[in-house]
Design a protein around this ligand. Structure first.
Ligand code: ADP
Ligand code: F6P
Length: 323
């Protein structure tokens, strides 16, 4: 009988619980003995395991966050940390590990496969910057959350004829920013992939004002070179010339909370179940994701340490339609 452990790692994402549930129940269905690891790689190193059966993962499909907990664990990036984690797995006779998480987590998963462990990754991050999947668990719900906030901000922005700088998550990726800018009808967008200086944004806002727009929403990814702080200090210095009444809203971790929507529950369920099936089909060292609507396996060697590039056509679309 296979003994399989599952953990969630990195930034939590809505739908991680649905993925844990699918992994555990599919595993049991296929006669595996299932274990959870608390708090990601931190718990793996510390040996914080718990047996999981179908009833233990009841009542979580609709909950955001992760019942197992998660962590950022610098120690796991070291050879000693990884050896300690492998020793904990070996001691419990666990022959496979399923890692639900984003880029960094899948790099960690790859490191374990290189040291002989059987590991499968499940794509989950609100940033949607993983290679090997069109969409990751949590992205769609985070987008909905950010979009709803932008809709609300537009109401007050319009009433006061103000400019709102809205910071969304995405340390290295402008995907969230690009999609919510399009879906929220933003007047301007600032992403890490394109270094737009504050003057360029000011010009866009002035042009939009001249076209008759009384207010504006600027979506700014947190990782952009000229982020909300740089923009607001530029606009403050140029206040007389620009005549903009400016406000800042940082959506921050609000985007990570919240109940997963139907898309993320379905995606998490499909990917979680597919990870168990892949395991039983003797797959090893792959990321389970979704491409063109179908389950896709991508070697972790191709995923680790890399990020999916932003589709620059999204930026063109956002800018082109903000007329
Ligand atoms: P995410 O998985 O959401 O991208 P992080 O980048 O914080 O989040 O990664 C989560 C964890 O994965 C890190 O805290 C670390 O323990 C592990 N990790 C990240 N990068 C590596 C790496 N190159 N090698 C080994 N482990 C890594
Ligand atoms: O990786 C997902 C993410 O939400 C990024 O968008 C963001 O930069 C980061 O996590 C925030 O991390 P933390 O929760 O550790 O502050």
């Amino acid at each position: 009988m296979k003994r399989v452990a599952v953990l969630t790692s990195g930034g939590d994402a809505p739908g991680m619980n649905a993925a844990i549930r699918a992994v555990v129940r599919s595993g049991v269905l296929h006669s595996c003995e299932m274990f959870g690891v608390r708090n990601g790689y931190e718990g793996l190193i510390a040996g914080d395991f718990l047996p999981l059966g179908p009833r233990d993962v009841g009542g979580i499909i609709h909950q955001g966050g992760t019942m197992l907990g998660t962590s950022r664990c610098p120690q796991f990036k070291t050879g000693e940390g990884q050896s300690a984690a492998l020793e904990q797995l070996r001691r419990r006779d666990i022959n496979a590990l399923i890692v639900i998480g984003g880029n960094g987590s899948q790099s960690g998963a790859y490191a374990l496969t290189q040291r002989g462990m059987n590991v499968l990754g499940v794509a989950s991050t609100i940033d949607n910057d993983l290679l090997g999947t069109d969409v990751s668990i949590g992205t769609t719900t985070a987008l909905d959350t950010a979009m709803e906030a932008i809709d609300r901000l537009r109401v007050t922005a319009a009433s006061h004829r103000r400019v709102f700088l809205v910071e969304v998550m995405g340390r290295h990726s402008g995907y969230l920013a690009a999609v919510v800018a399009i879906a929220g009808g933003a007047e301007a967008i600032v992403v890490p992939e394109l270094d737009l200086p504050p003057e360029a944004i000011a010009r866009q806002l002035q042009a939009s004002h001249q076209r008759g727009k009384s207010h504006a929403i600027v979506v700014v990814a947190e990782g952009a070179r000229y982020g909300v702080d740089a923009l607001s200090s530029y606009f403050r210095d140029q206040r007389q010339q620009l005549g903009l009444d400016l406000r800042i809203t940082r959506l921050g971790h609000v985007q990570r909370g919240g109940a997963p929507g139907v898309y993320d529950r379905m995606l998490a369920t499909r990917l979680g179940a597919a990870a168990i099936e892949a395991l039983l089909a003797a797959e090893n060292g792959v990321l389970v994701g979704l491409r063109s609507g179908a389950i896709a396996m991508t070697p972790l060697s191709e995923v680790a340490g890399r990020t999916a590039p932003l589709d620059l056509q999204l930026l063109e679309l956002a800018q082109g339609l903000a007329t």
